[in-house]
Design a protein around this ligand. Structure first.
Ligand SMILES: [Zn+2]
Length: 148
């Protein structure tokens, strides 16, 4: 029995509607900051965001462009990505970058990171294969926005 979880201390509930607005880049700055902080703190909420994102046709989220725009806007610098690889980042920032790369799945940062990794390791063929796959999947995503 592991009773209490203290992570819930000051997390106000964020409903799917708010998450949808977040993906559409429609939140006022104050709420945006709150949602981003909550996303950093809560794996559960990140899973919820993923749900909302996957069901985008259902919730009327057809503008994939808004997501791309949003994720580009919050892209970390290449230097920050390098620091992430070296474990030299502020934990909060590192968590955000991981969120950006693994949950938002920003192809730009993923490619950047793969590139940086390829420079750090001698196995550059592997990195190239990965970059190729990323390119393939982003091509698919970019071609996928005229549905419905
Ligand atoms: Zn990015």
């Amino acid at each position: 029995m592991s009773g209490e979880h203290e992570a819930q201390s000051e997390a106000p509930s964020i409903d799917p509607e708010t998450l949808r607005a977040y993906l559409l880049d429609e939140l006022p700055p104050g709420t945006l900051a709150r949602v981003e902080k909550a996303l950093r703190d809560s794996a559960e909420l990140r899973a919820q965001l993923e749900d909302v994102r996957q069901n985008r046709t259902e919730v009327g989220l057809h503008s994939l462009g808004a997501i791309w725009r949003r994720s580009r806007l919050t892209c970390p610098s290449r230097q920050q990505l390098g620091s992430l690889l070296l474990d030299a980042l502020d934990p909060e920032l590192a968590a955000y970058l991981q969120f950006h790369i693994e949950v938002v799945e920003c192809p730009f940062c993923q490619a950047n990171l793969a590139d940086l990794k390829g420079k750090a390791e001698p196995t550059s063929t592997l990195a190239r294969t990965r970059q190729h796959r990323i390119l393939q999947s982003s091509k698919h995503l970019l071609g996928d926005d005229g549905r419905g």
